[in-house]
Design a protein around this ligand. Structure first.
Ligand SMILES: *Cc1c(COP(=O)(O)O)cnc(C)c1O
Length: 377
């Protein structure tokens, strides 16, 4: 099955009872058992619910995995995955990792005994140099946020295999439509499903997917033990959102490409970060491992005054945290996604006070451009 068909039909047969095309929403916390010796497939809904299972199978199928797990947020998926490790273990993490991931590693897991070294993952030698005997995984985001840096996934996988450790990828920005890390040899794919997967700015959710059933079982154990599961109503909304993933990604990406071409000509824009630009240092690597540049880009504005005018002046793009919705969103990493990072760390990573991130939605790109034009031209 091709991706678009899989989005609509997946592995789910049409409801055998009534033929409902939309997956039934099971609002039940427990399931009655018929006999003492033979329990049904579901018992208590923290461990499993049919609506959640439909979504978990859908995301596993789209990523080319065997086990998919749905969590209450992207951070719940990420944190639950970190719990498969033990005190004393160590991770090598890309330095411009999502702010919340940086926070949970630096302030929560560090006191629990799981430590992390942050490196410039665009440089495989930097990753290699940070691997220690107690290192258990390489944790990556590509493209990264907000500087859209590209990490060579097959290169990182090769390093991980040499050391017998895992490769974990947060695939939120690309979605399985544009990039499938499991097919490149990575072990665990994570998502903030809040963004493109659900796509309608109305659910907070997260996913973990593995190809290896045993590894999937370890995360499933934590999902049930720690309990940060996604509720059935949210699962149903994400099942609906997923059906249009391909058309949304295609349209938003086409818009992003048009907007980047326009931004390049604007005197108020000094630098653009987008993996679709040939001058992007990761252009070739990205083209080998993903099928498109995606719908998220960042740019630097000439000065702080203009940055403020743009963010406060636009009427169509929301000035907000988040990305991946049908609405375009302009965000300000220094005070939003990376507010959890101390200013010195942020500056050292190149996240300036004049950096703006745009997630292209489904509006007509000409209207989005006209909306930004008075502030950048
Ligand atoms: C938003 C985001 C997260 C966190 O997900 P939540 O659903 O907000 O908990 C993690 N990684 C990336 C890349 C994100 O954009």
């Amino acid at each position: 099955m091709k991706f678009a068909t899989q989005l609509i039909h997946g592995d789910q047969p049409i409801d055998p009872e009534f033929g409902s095309l939309s997956h039934p929403l099971y609002l039940s916390s427990t399931f009655a058992q018929r006999s003492l010796d033979d329990f049904g497939r579901f018992d208590y809904a923290r461990s499993g619910n049919p609506t959640r299972e439909a979504l978990e199978e859908a995301i596993a199928g789209l990523e080319g995995g065997t086990v998919g797990l749905a969590f209450a947020s992207g951070m719940a998926a990420i944190s639950s995955t970190f719990m498969i490790f033990a005190p004393g273990d160590h991770l090598v993490v890309c330095e411009d990792v999502y702010g919340g991931t940086f926070r949970v590693l630096s302030n929560v897991f560090s006191s629990w005994g799981l430590t992390a070294t942050f490196v410039d993952a665009t440089d495989l030698n930097a990753i290699a140099a940070a691997i220690r005997p107690e290192t258990k995984a390489i944790y990556l985001e590509t493209p990264s946020n907000p500087l859209i840096k590209i990490t060579d996934l097959p290169g990182a996988v090769e390093l991980a295999k040499q050391h017998g450790i895992l490769t974990i990828v947060d695939n939120t920005f690309m979605t399985p439509y544009l990039q499938r890390p499991l097919e490149l040899g990575c072990d665990i794919v994570l998502h903030s499903g809040t963004k493109f997967l659900n796509g309608h700015s109305d659910v907070i959710c997260g996913f973990a997917v593995t190809k290896d059933p045993e590894l999937g079982k370890r995360i499933r154990y934590i999902q049930n033990a720690f309990g940060a599961i996604l509720g059935p109503q949210d699962c149903w909304l994400v099942l609906r959102g997923l059906k249009t993933l391909k058309v949304r990604m295609e349209e938003s990406q086409a818009s992003a490409i048009k907007i980047v071409a326009w931004l390049k000509e604007q005197p108020g824009v000094t630098r653009i970060y987008y993996p679709g630009l040939e001058e992007h240092p990761g252009f070739e690597v990205h083209r080998r491992q993903a099928s498109g540049p995606g719908a998220v880009l960042s740019f630097e504005v000439s000065d702080l005054e203009r940055t403020k005018r743009l963010l406060e002046g636009v009427k169509l793009s929301a000035f907000a945290v988040s990305l991946g919705g049908v609405e375009s969103i302009l965000s300000y990493p220094a005070k939003m996604s990376h507010a959890a990072m101390p200013p010195a760390e942020r500056e050292a990573r190149g996240i300036k006070d004049t950096l703006v991130r745009l997630s292209a939605g489904l509006e007509d790109p000409e209207d989005l451009i006209a909306d930004m034009a008075p502030h950048l031209s």
